[in-house]
Design a protein around this ligand. Structure first.
Ligand SMILES: CC(C)(COP(=O)(O)OP(=O)(O)OC[C@H]1O[C@@H](n2cnc3c(N)ncnc32)[C@H](O)[C@@H]1OP(=O)(O)O)[C@@H](O)C(=O)NCCC(=O)NCCS
Length: 394
């Protein structure tokens, strides 16, 4: 008889569903490791392009490998004209995450290797997605504002090119470098909700694009990638440091959540939040406006204090907490914060989808097929009598 574990209705917390070679989240010590390397070292020495290569290949690239990978990414930056036409037909109020999710199947339809399931073809598909998602997000922002999309600049880095396509002007080196760090920090986080969604779809032998669409959908929710834009809305609503105490206390007293605080895995500070706090401070210096940094710091301090009083335990900022004010100061529109998360996380998703497809961390590929206990209407083992429509009453 098959064994089942009693793990129902707990959101799979603490349930190990697979092995992975891609990343490790040490929630107790606050460490995040990509392919054996500490995120702090990657931020200090690498670029998003190099980290993407690492995630997809299980080793850091040689100089030659990196050069080839970078030029492949650059050569795949343009999106098919049909995709621009599609976006121009969409209503301006469409949410950028919905546009991004809808755009990916359009890319799939234009991929000449769509039905080639070799690892090499999947690697090429991953490159195309990493290269093109930023273009889609930037193009949609311009199209919805009645502007023409900006063609990618082939000289700029991945991070710099996104900021350029979004605003139409070249970012300063410091901001482009800090945005590159943001991309590295958001690129991978083990079996989070969106990655699991992508892997689950990949386990059915669906193609990489279909798996990525599922992951984008999962990321859009406010308990996952949607939290960063909710943090910014909170900052704007609170507005002044002297309103923080009353706002946060009231929120927590009523059982509400302070977005960007707390984490399902980290029981100490999320290492990404530590790095993002530094970027937030640099952006405040760069823009000459310390308001958003000070407000975010005040919310962090008051939430920690009030949470301790109310629940007798600690709470810490997660990746979304400081990224909100960082993106705001970079001039990124609030509803693009989650799509910006996606243009980074696509590297991690693609690595996981390939790991799932090719069983790179387990003996053979397995279709995910969990069980559930039926707790609905029950009339016995032969089911309930079927009532014809004319005899039904409400
Ligand atoms: C991320 C999150 C879902 C993690 O949840 P979790 O570890 O499963 O923790 P729980 O939801 O079980 O929360 C434990 C307790 O802390 C409270 N809590 C957790 N995060 C909180 C927050 N941000 N604000 C207020 N209370 C919070 C919960 O209400 C719960 O209280 P209870 O024990 O009285 O029911 C949760 O912290 C959250 O909703 N944070 C805000 C959304 C967010 O920033 N998401 C991005 C995650 S990267």
């Amino acid at each position: 008889m098959r064994e089942t574990a009693e793990t129902k209705n707990i959101g799979l917390r603490g349930v190990k569903v697979a092995d992975t070679r891609i990343s490790d989240v040490d929630g107790e010590r606050g460490n995040l490791i990509y392919r054996g390397l500490n995120i702090c070292d990657l931020v200090a020495h690498s670029t998003f392009e190099e980290v993407s290569f690492l995630l997809l290949n299980d080793h850091l690239p040689t100089a030659e490998e990196l050069k080839k990978f970078q030029s492949e990414l650059i050569s795949e930056r343009e999106v098919p004209e049909a995709l621009c036409q599609f976006m121009k037909m969409m209503p301006n109020h469409a949410h950028p995450m919905d546009i991004l999710q809808a755009a990916v199947p359009v890319l799939a339809s234009h991929d000449p290797q769509l039905h080639d399931e070799s690892r090499n073809a999947n690697f090429k598909k991953a490159i195309r997605l990493i290269a093109r998602l930023p273009n889609i997000v930037a193009a949609w922002d311009r199209i919805r504002k009645g502007k023409e999309p900006v063609h990618p600049d082939l000289e700029l880095t991945h991070a710099g090119n996104f900021l350029y396509m979004l605003s139409g002007s070249f970012p300063d080196t410091g901001t482009a470098k800090d945005f590159d760090t943001c991309l590295i920090l958001h690129a991978e986080h083990s079996f989070n909700a969106s990655t699991f969604a992508g892997r689950e779809v990949a386990s059915t032998h669906a193609h990489l694009y279909a798996s990525a669409v599922a992951a984008i959908g999962a990321l859009s929710g406010e308990l996952h990638g949607g939290a960063n834009s909710e943090v910014m809305k909170m900052l704007l609503e609170i507005g002044e440091v002297n309103r923080v105490k009353s706002w946060v206390s009231e929120k927590l007293r009523k059982g509400g959540k302070v977005m960007g605080m707390g984490h399902a895995v980290y029981h100490t500070e999320d290492p990404r939040a530590t790095i993002l706090r530094g970027i937030c401070s640099r952006m405040a210096d760069r823009t000459g406006d310390r308001k958003w940094l000070e407000l975010t710091e005040a919310i962090e301090a008051v939430t920690k204090e009030e949470f301790r009083k109310l629940k007798g335990k600690e709470i810490y900022p997660n990746v979304d907490f400081y990224s909100a004010s960082v993106y705001y100061m970079m001039g990124i529109p609030i509803d693009l914060f989650t799509p910006v998360f996606a243009i980074s996380r696509i590297a991690g998703w693609a690595a996981h989808i390939m790991e799932e497809k090719f069983a790179e961390a387990q003996p053979k590929p397995e279709l995910y097929r969990p069980d559930a206990d039926y707790v609905g209407t029950y009339c016995g083992p032969s089911a309930c009598p079927y009532i014809p429509i004319e005899r039904r009453s409400s």
